[in-house]
Design a binder for this molecule. Structure first.
Ligand SMILES: Cc1cc2nc3c(=O)[nH]c(=O)nc-3n(C[C@H](O)[C@H](O)[C@H](O)COP(=O)(O)OP(=O)(O)OC[C@H]3O[C@@H](n4cnc5c(N)ncnc54)[C@H](O)[C@@H]3O)c2cc1C
Length: 458
């Protein structure tokens, strides 16, 4: 005899109530529905829901609450890895909610929960505007913004979270509320850096920067020059003005036919980023790097949408493992230790080891829960876990590089770059973390919502 569990009975009426859809384990499309952008993550939630709008999200939150389930919001699954088991959780994937409106006159974007950065950067750029978007065109705008948001314009304009004007949020009790400076201000504060712990964000409004042109691109050097190039970049970043935001990476590419010939099967050092300057001033500022004689140099004026692809981030789902930490400073000794650990001759299996330059407006108080970065550089390393032996080799090498950099780190992390479970207290100072827990206790005392980095109620 067919047994019908209370969950499947509830799901039948949930399906009737939704414009969107629900997929249960074992049903057609289950594996596709539960897949995250990071293909190395094996998500097995109680069910996956694909809402079409705010009313659907409200119905899903009510359903989860009344069935004793939790809710995890997911835009793309770029940072799904820290979430762990999801068997008591409704995974709400917002990929069908990608509406974007650009208000040119007031320099404001309103985007729905599932919008990707390219959905915003392209029309904003057409209008002479730039959002504080990250390096990847297919990262989700909402997940990125709730976690902070480090862009190529960051040293000049700060974190994306602090350009947030308002958020439309379904709270744990199923209400649709607005959070802004004027309405629910504590929730608004927590959303600016506190991640997905506070509710289901169905849309956000944020400021755009008036900008028709920006000077951006990348310089490429052979990996054998890693030490010299990294030391020069280190000295250079200690002097550049806030208008300049760049990163440096050691990359070792596999011989994949999909890659362009200048990268295929090669080790390289890449410097990339943006200068909010005209071409003349940008040329003066870039001169010390150009004197190194890069093998390739693409820095040029471009419309802001061009920033979406200078980092050449992968635009298709792929498996990834990573590690990261915030660095207080970058000394010549730290650079030497990093190159010893991950540069030529190190035997490193890592696809990439990256440093992003912080400081400037990223280091200044701006109001949200993640108001500023408490660090001068951000380290990030990643590899492709093809099989268990590679996983072990990557873990071992993350430990080697981490140990090389540890003397320069206060142990702080950046939520968006942390793709493994990290004590969330390590993202924020003690006071901020205590306030974040207090807000959680007020808006979600039963801890229905689980961010990928959980902030528990008090
Ligand atoms: C290739 C690549 C490049 C990147 N480049 C940058 C960069 O330049 N700068 C930067 O700052 N970060 C960058 N990141 C990190 C990125 O910002 C994080 O992975 C971010 O969490 C991605 O958001 P998402 O919505 O795409 O991912 P998801 O994994 O879908 O979401 C991450 C978390 O955000 C929360 N969330 C998402 N949607 C909602 C919602 N509607 N309501 C409530 N909570 C929600 C949830 O807690 C969720 O677990 C990069 C990541 C990758 C893989």
């Amino acid at each position: 005899m067919l047994s019908i569990s209370p969950l499947s009975v509830g799901v039948a009426s949930l399906r009737d109530a939704l414009a969107g859809s629900v997929v249960l384990p074992g049903e057609d499309g289950w594996d596709a529905a539960r897949q995250a952008w990071n293909l190395a993550v094996d998500q097995r939630p109680a069910l996956v829901a694909l809402p079409e709008g705010a009313a659907d999200v409200q119905a899903l939150v009510d359903f989860a609450r009344s069935h004793g389930l939790r809710v995890a919001m997911q835009g793309t699954g770029h940072n799904a890895a820290p979430m762990g088991p999801l068997e008591d959780t409704v995974l709400v994937k917002t990929e069908r909610m990608r509406g974007v409106q650009i208000d040119e006159r007031h320099c404001i974007a309103r985007v729905e929960a599932g919008a990707l950065w390219i959905d915003v950067t392209a029309p904003a750029s057409e209008a002479g505007l730039a959002p504080l978007a990250g390096s990847s065109p297919d990262v989700g705008v909402v997940g990125y913004t709730l976690g902070g948001g480090l862009s190529w314009l960051g040293r000049k304009y700060g974190l994306a979270a602090n350009r947030l004007l308002s958020a439309e949020v379904v709270t744990a009790d199923g209400r649709l509320v607005t959070a802004s400076r004027h309405e629910n201000p504590e929730l608004f504060w927590a959303l600016r850096g506190g991640g997905g712990n506070y509710g289901a964000v169905v849309a956000i409004e944020f400021e755009l920067i008036p900008m028709r042109q920006v000077h951006a691109g990348m310089m490429l050097f052979p990996i054998e020059r890693a030490r010299e190039v990294m030391q020069t970049w280190r000295e250079w970043t200690s002097e550049v003005p806030d208008s300049v935001t760049t990163a440096i990476r050691i990359m070792q590419f596999p011989p994949m036919p999909e890659l362009p010939p200048f990268l295929r099967g090669r080790g390289v050092v890449l410097i990339d980023g943006a200068l909010v300057e005209d071409a003349g001033r940008a040329g003066e500022l870039l001169a010390p790097l150009r004197e190194l004689g890069p093998e390739m140099d693409t820095f040029a004026d471009m419309a802001p949408v061009g920033l979406s692809r200078i980092h050449m981030d992968p635009e298709q789902p792929m498996p990834g493992m990573s590690d990261s930490m915030m660095l207080d400073e970058l000394t010549a000794e730290t650079v030497d230790a990093l190159v010893d650990a991950a540069g030529p001759g190190s035997g490193s299996p890592l696809l990439m080891v990256e440093l992003r330059h912080l400081g400037g407006a990223l280091g200044r108080y701006a109001g949200g829960a993640l108001s500023r970065f408490d660090g001068e550089y951000l380290y990030f390393a990643a590899g492709i876990p093809m099989d268990p032996a590679v996983v072990a080799a990557l873990e071992a090498h993350f430990a080697i590089v981490g140990a090389a950099l540890a003397p320069a780190s206060s142990g702080r992390h950046y939520l968006n770059f942390a793709e493994r479970a990290v004590d969330p207290a390590a993202f924020y100072g003690e006071q901020t973390y205590a306030r974040l827990r207090k807000v959680k206790a007020e808006v979600d005392p039963l801890e229905i919502f689980r961010g990928n980095h959980e902030i528990p109620a008090v």
